[in-house]
Design a binder for this molecule. Sequence first.
Ligand code: HEC
Length: 233
Amino acid sequence: MNDDVKKYIYGTLTVFVVGVLAWIGFLYINACGFTLTCNRGKLAVDRTPVPTLLPATLPAMEIPAGGEAVVPDQCRVAATDLIGAWVAAGSSETEAFQFVDVNGQDCESTFEEVKPLFIEANYWYVGSLSCVSCHSVDVAVSSAQLDLSNYAGIMAGSRRADAESTGTDILGAGSWDSSLLYEFISTSKADVPGHADIKADLLIFAGTPLPAPEPTVTATSTPLPEATATPTP
Ligand code: HEC
């Protein structure tokens, strides 16, 4: 009985010790191969303690000469304000009109940038129909007998008897705030299909910035520090 217990204990210890040695051997051979010098573990190339890589530097920032105000390449404006500026400027099909964008930048645009607001879907809110899907070219079936698909249609107005006649001016004879168009896209028309969710304050990118007449930022005469030269090794 006593001997049996001893046998088990010694047996277990032996298996354990042999197992540990085998594991260490396995790791050693795995890492160093069948050699005692273990030169596989050495670094392939001798490294110097001093870094020899060139430091990464960004190119010096370019500042326009004379410290001119930087003109952005796009204007940002509320869609209704863009149409409003076009209407206020006489709603021309081809001539450029000007407006001031949300950042106070003077900008210029044409009818070409107003048109997509009427004919593109998914514009005024996510999943919106295009205006044209209801106010289409065929005034007989079009909502409010209004055709927003092209310049002539917009100018001809709403509630038209037929394709030849003109109807109610939707552009308020040039006074945007009192126009039907302004009313129908800026105030919530919860009861009119297609008008309930129009976001009146929708901001869009449109127009080209005009160069500022006078630079608003005054140039400082202090020269900028030179970029530090890269030390040569
Ligand atoms: C789902 C269809 C639908 C869509 C989309 C739609 N409308 Fe309308 N719209 C109507 C209907 C219907 C009326 C007529 C409401 C009434 O009789 O009071 C109307 C009326 C109008 C009127 C007033 C016309 C008048 O003489 O009373 C204007 C202006 C107008 N819409 C412009 C737009 C613009 C701009 C868009 C796009 C942003 C648009 N609509 C999108 C259905 C639509």
